[in-house]
Write a protein that binds this ligand. Structure first.
Ligand code: ADP
Ligand code: MG
Length: 684
């Protein structure tokens, strides 16, 4: 392209832009509106706007920092322009009476609205010319590759497209676009980059323009297709068939449990049993709220694998959880004489060597472990089933590694994934198009829903009394200190401080402490002590978020609750309400509480249903936040927004089926446009 030298080329490459097509699909993140002048009297903080008015004051202020202040007004109000860097000429230009047009972000200053370092130029009084005729796109950019350059290159790319339209193929069959009332690709792309005058501004600014819908549709379609293809590939792999048989170990296991499976558990177990019997690998996600009883499903699956003569392994995200699983499984498996062994980072030396030998020899054991299962030197002789607990803690690549690890010549183990993160249906369909999903949507009987109260952290006396009351009745309490700043240091210091404060104020109670900075052993000792009732109150950072089971704990205080996501609050709260006693959760916030934070805490107060909470979270925050893109391998979507575009998904699925069947030749090019090869949306 003319005007693109090696320097620009390498900067473009850093954004993943190599071809004209890449540029065309490098879509605006948002738009700014420079088509009209906003009256100053109607400005709200945060708005990016054009204002125009007369200078009625310009002076240099010598404060902590020298600054040039310039007040302009337009009859409806005034705005203070503030410059920290300026020169003499600039100062001379800003004379009283001059009319300025400024572009910048309004913010609330000490005395009314301000703009810091706005773009500005002098104009004739009352001039209304020189306004943009359409919205201005804002692209994902880097420091050395400013908007102006991206706009120029995009304009060139659009011109090239106009002269050679066939270079960019519209893969969506015309009939489909027509039926769904979606514009054709070229029209959508050029509108996105250069919205013509008269484009519905509100639609475009809120992402609801048909052009955006068209591209969102194609983006979701590309992800859907790429997951379907992945899944199809997995279906062609072979796995050992592990039929349940009859009169077997599995029924002995179920009969020996201290409880009866809920209906939802039975349904899920039937899905799993059927998958295990098949000769291609199971890829099933079991979604169930905290406490819904996913572990026993994993155990039953393991029994079925072992009964069929294969090893089973369960991978948990922390040592603490691995050990808790080991304890449960050992208890359930003793009657059946199935050995349960643990493989964590702590197992070392000769012990480790012996364990590894047993696994490699194919001895029929249940292995419970952490990431240590993925280490070099760990190999299974006859691995039939891999269970991954709390899936969102593991990346796609770790799951793949585990699948590979179990591969034996050309057979692969079955994979069962357990997650307590309730994923809204629409999101699940998109993220896990490659997985089958079973949902445990029922809690074991006898659970009492947790009562949640949202309260200001100032009301310390009442909070302390609440803890005393619970402990006087023989119950236990968690006090959670989430991280406030980005650093972990801060978090554990806050926890230590809180522990000191509680020890002082609750002198008759025994206070324990766990945080992520403690050596694993010490942390577990504290956790075990809390479980055994040695402490009344456990002060914790968010390390207790996942899986820990202490039924006697019935009170949880969460500090700075307004800073946590709903999903995380839900996980934390799931630690209580596990026994027969009524439980209470206190969500403390620092006043004043912003409206959005209030809405989120109100959701927590109003419901304990993880799916309702997840839907709300999706609505309030968007999908990346729910799952944590880093953890899921969730690629950032360019145009689509899973909350906003949820309605499209059923159609996306239908069209994906049709495309795979009728247009197999288009699939590779279509997915290449949207899905980067190492960051496919979702997971295997
Ligand atoms: P999660 O789904 O959060 O992993 P767990 O598997 O840890 O939940 O189960 C939570 C608790 O409920 C455990 O103590 C478990 O033994 C118990 N439990 C599981 N299923 C049932 C059931 N059907 N009836 C009664 N208790 C159950
Ligand atoms: Mg669990």
């Amino acid at each position: 392209m003319p005007g693109v030298g090696p320097a620009t080329e390498s900067r473009l490459a850093r954004l993943g832009l190599h071809t004209l097509q890449d540029l065309l699909f490098h879509l605006p993140l948002r738009y700014v509106d420079r088509t009209r002048i906003t009256p100053m009297g109607s400005l709200r903080p945060g708005q990016e706007v054009l204002v125009q008015g007369q200078i009625d004051l310009a002076q240099i202020r010598f404060g902590r920092r020298r600054s040039l202040l310039c007040r302009i007004s337009d009859g409806t109000g005034s705005v203070m322009l503030r410059f920290f860097h300026f020169n003499r000429a600039q100062q001379a230009n800003l004379e009283r009476g001059t009319t300025l047009r400024c572009w910048g972000q309004a913010r609330a200053g000490a005395r009314g609205m301000e703009m810091v370092h706005p773009e500005y130029r002098r104009v004739q009084e009352d001039a209304a010319d020189g306004l943009e005729v359409a919205l201005t796109p804002v692209y994902p950019a880097t420091e050395r590759l400013p908007q102006s350059v991206l706009r120029r290159l995009t304009t060139q790319a659009l011109a090239a497209l106009k002269s050679a339209p066939e270079a960019l193929e519209d893969f969506l069959p015309e009939r489909v676009s027509r039926n769904l009332a979606l514009p054709r690709l070229h029209d959508a792309i050029s509108l996105m980059h250069m919205p013509p005058p008269g484009t519905d501004t509100d639609q475009l600014l809120t992402g609801r323009h048909p052009a955006q819908r068209r591209l969102a549709f194609e983006e979701l379609l590309a992800h859907q297709i790429s997951l379907r293809l992945l899944r199809r590939e997995v279906r062609t792999l072979r796995a050992p068939s592990l039929p349940a048989g009859n009169g077997n170990l599995l029924s002995r296991f179920l009969a020996g449990l201290e409880f009866k499976l809920t209906r939802a558990q039975q349904r899920t177990l039937r899905d799993v049993q059927r998958d295990l019997a098949a000769a291609s690998p199971m890829l099933r996600l079991v979604q169930g709220d905290v406490g819904s009883g996913k572990t026993v499903i994993a155990a039953a699956a393991a029994v079925q694998a072992l009964a069929a003569g294969y090893q089973a392994a369960l991978m948990a995200p922390t040592e603490l959880l691995a050990e808790q699983h080991r304890d449960n499984l050992s208890r359930w498996f003793t009657a059946m004489e199935i050995p349960v062994i643990t493989l964590t980072g702590r197992v070392a030396g000769r012990e480790r060597k012996q364990l590894l030998q047993r696994l490699a020899d194919g001895e029929l054991v249940m292995t419970v472990g952490t990431h240590a299962l993925l280490q070099e030197g760990v190999s299974f002789g006859r691995l039939g089933l891999v269970v991954i607990d709390e899936q969102h803690r593991f990346g796609v690549h770790q799951r793949l590694a585990l699948l590979e690890k179990g591969a034996n010549q050309d057979t692969f183990p079955h994979q069962l994934v357990l997650t307590a993160t309730p994923i809204p249906r629409t999101l699940a369909m998109t993220l896990f198009a490659d997985l089958d999903v079973s949902v445990i949507d029922e809690l074991p009987p006898g659970r009492q829903p947790v009562q949640t109260v949202v309260t200001s952290a100032d009301r310390r006396a009442e909070i302390m009394q609440g803890i005393r009351n619970a402990c006087a009745q023989g119950r236990q309490a968690y006090w959670v200190c989430p991280r406030i700043e980005e650093s972990d240091d801060d978090q554990f210091q806050a926890a230590e401080e809180t522990a000191r404060m509680l020890t002082e104020q609750l002198s008759t109670l025994r206070i324990g402490l766990v945080h992520g900075r403690m050596p694993g052993r010490e942390r577990d000792r504290a956790m075990q002590a809390f479980r055994a009732g040695t402490f009344d109150v456990l002060v914790a950072t968010t390390v207790i978020e996942v899986g820990v089971d202490v039924p006697n704990a019935t009170l949880m205080v969460i500090e700075n609750a307004e800073r946590l996501g709903l999903a995380q609050l839900h996980q934390l709260r799931g630690r209580i309400g596990r026994g027969q006693h009524a439980s209470n959760c206190l969500l403390l916030y620092q006043a004043p509480l912003a409206a959005l934070a209030r809405a989120r805490l109100e959701t927590m107060r109003a419901t304990t249903d993880g799916f309702v909470i997840a839907e709300k979270d999706l609505e309030l925050r968007g999908p990346g936040e729910i799952l944590g893109s880093r953890q899921t391998g969730l690629q950032r979507l360019r145009v689509a927004d899973l909350a906003r575009d949820a309605r499209l998904i059923p159609q996306v699925q239908r069209v994906a089926d049709m495309m795979i069947e009728r247009h197999p030749d288009r699939l590779a090019a279509l997915t290449a446009r949207w899905v980067s090869p190492d960051a496919a949306l979702g997971s295997v």
